[in-house]
Design a protein around this ligand. Structure first.
Ligand code: HEC
Ligand code: HEC
Ligand code: HEC
Ligand code: HEC
Ligand code: HEC
Length: 361
């Protein structure tokens, strides 16, 4: 064999070895475990269009809402301290639903008032479940401690309930010393009145009712009446209003009352003159309390905002009241500041007013 041929043979042998090592693999092995999911991409506009579309479904709620005191009111700007923020600010309210506390952990630095996100989970799952209500469970009252259930209206009652009354006069009990003219159930007792709870229940000619048809028959409480089929964007729906102004006249929005199985065909709230009756009793008690030096109406000069009436502390100094005196003022404040004039609970309002007037005679 020539030297040349020997070299050529060695070269071929090496090439064959290389090829057999690298190209001759066996059958494929089993697949490995799947890798981790990547991050979700940002939602495409199709997701947004579930809600942000060309109809006025969302817009109508927004326009109604812009006529509501939840939107127009200014109290959230000042009432953002820890004791106030859970009812007056959006941030404090949503925080309280997780902490289960009646006070906020800290004052809210950049508060917003009640808004869409207070009652709905806006932009959470990006589907229609975002319209679910943020709170639905029965509510334990801050004042009195009873638990009430108004269906979906529990959301409202979480805020629209009296604050604790301190000191609290007890029927037949000791006198109480009151040192702050803002003493009483605050301005938010609608839930307590609808439930028929929280009055200074002195005995008298009118028995205290066990039941309230507007609580028993109306499953979702506040919502059924205050969010009834809207009149334009001015009453009902997300305006939460029961009345609207038209040509300078206040018009009652009777959509919920006038339903066939309720007060069919009614055009006002004064069914059987009962609102008038409660208004007259309130005026009578108010005058009695003024005459006895118990009620301060000096901050309500034009008589238009009963929320500005308080117990009278001469010289704004602490004063001792008998249980009856303080209880009489408490009953007036409860029924007057509720401002439904018996619609929320006619029998309870009537019993509190009549029995108080009788006891003061
Ligand atoms: C489940 C319904 C829903 C979906 C889905 C949804 N939104 Fe909204 N969005 C709302 C509501 C309710 C509001 C508050 C009312 C308003 O301001 O119109 C709102 C408000 C907004 C606003 C006004 C500013 C603000 O934050 O209040 C913008 C901008 C917005 N959405 C963008 C988007 C985008 C972008 C998407 C998709 C990624 C989206 N939305 C998906 C319901 C939705
Ligand atoms: C987070 C607390 C909160 C919730 C929840 C809430 N409200 Fe209010 N509501 C307020 C506050 C605070 C005001 C007063 C705002 C202001 O004056 O700045 C108010 C004002 C109102 C008013 C106007 C009262 C007036 O003086 O004219 C009505 C009516 C009302 N709410 C009904 C409702 C109904 C019905 C619900 C349930 C669907 C509800 N609210 C849920 C806190 C709340
Ligand atoms: C339990 C919930 C709750 C708490 C706590 C609360 N408020 Fe209110 N407050 C309300 C509601 C609801 C209204 C609205 C009443 C209405 O207009 O029907 C209101 C009304 C008011 C008003 C308006 C009165 C008017 O003349 O129009 C002021 C001012 C106010 N609150 C201040 C405060 C301050 C300050 C604190 C804390 C010290 C506080 N609130 C704590 C629920 C609450
Ligand atoms: C005080 C609480 C509250 C606030 C604030 C609020 N909503 Fe509502 N919203 C409700 C309640 C309660 C319902 C259910 C009404 C019913 O049962 O008739 C509702 C229903 C809705 C619905 C109908 C949902 C469906 O499935 O039909 C939409 C849409 C809606 N709200 C949007 C909004 C928008 C947008 C805002 C802000 C501009 C807003 N809401 C502010 C309490 C609130
Ligand atoms: C049976 C229907 C009905 C129910 C249920 C109801 N309301 Fe009312 N509410 C009225 C009527 C009617 C008025 C008086 C309106 C007027 O004469 O100005 C009123 C008055 C009010 C006012 C005084 C300010 C205003 O708008 O006139 C507030 C605040 C209020 N209701 C909140 C509530 C809350 C919170 C609940 C649930 C705890 C509730 N209401 C349940 C019908 C109802």
């Amino acid at each position: 064999m020539s030297r040349h041929l020997q070299k050529w043979t060695l070269f071929l042998a090496i090439i064959t070895l290389i090829i057999s090592t690298f190209s001759c693999t066996g059958p494929e092995g089993p697949a490995g475990p799947p890798g981790k999911d990547g991050k979700d991409g940002s939602p495409g506009t199709a997701v947004c269009a579930v809600c942000h579309e060309s109809s006025t479904f969302l817009l109508s709620k927004k326009m109604q809402f812009h006529n509501s005191l939840h939107y127009l009111g200014e109290t959230f700007a000042i009432a953002n301290r820890t004791q106030c923020a859970t009812c007056h600010t959006h941030e404090g309210f949503r925080e309280s639903l997780t902490t289960n506390l009646d006070t906020a952990i800290a004052a809210i630095a950049q508060p917003t008032g009640v808004n869409c996100r207070t009652c709905h989970y806006v932009h959470t799952k990006y589907d229609t479940s975002d319209y679910n209500l943020t709170y639905k469970s029965p509510v334990k009252f801050r004042y009195g401690g009873q638990t009430v259930d108004f269906g979906n209206g529990n959301l409202c009652v979480k805020c629209h309930q009296a604050r604790d009354v301190v000191p609290l006069p007890i029927v037949g009990g000791d006198s109480v010393t009151i040192s702050n003219f803002r003493w009483g159930p605050h301005y938010s007792m609608n839930g307590n009145i609808l439930a028929g709870l929280g009055g200074f229940e002195i005995s008298g000619p009118v028995p205290y009712p066990k039941k309230n048809p507007h609580k028993e028959l109306i499953q979702d409480g506040c919502i059924t009446c205050h969010m009834a089929k809207p009149y334009g964007t001015f009453a009902g729906g997300h305006s939460f209003k029961m009345t609207y102004e038209s040509g300078g006249v206040e018009v009652p929005h009777v959509a919920s009352c006038a339903q066939s199985d309720c007060h069919a065909g009614t055009t006002n709230f004064d069914i059987d003159g009962k609102v008038t009756e409660i208004k007259n009793l309130l005026a009578e008690l108010r005058q009695k309390l003024i005459d006895k030096g118990l009620l301060d109406v000096s901050r309500n000069t034009d008589g238009k905002n009963v929320l500005n009436e308080y117990i009278l502390l001469p010289g704004n100094r602490p004063k001792k009241f008998s249980a009856l005196e303080a209880g009489a003022v408490l009953n007036y404040l409860l029924v007057a500041k509720d401002r439904s004039y018996g619609v929320h609970n006619y029998k309870y309002a009537k019993a509190l007013l009549k029995n108080t007037i009788e006891a003061l005679n």
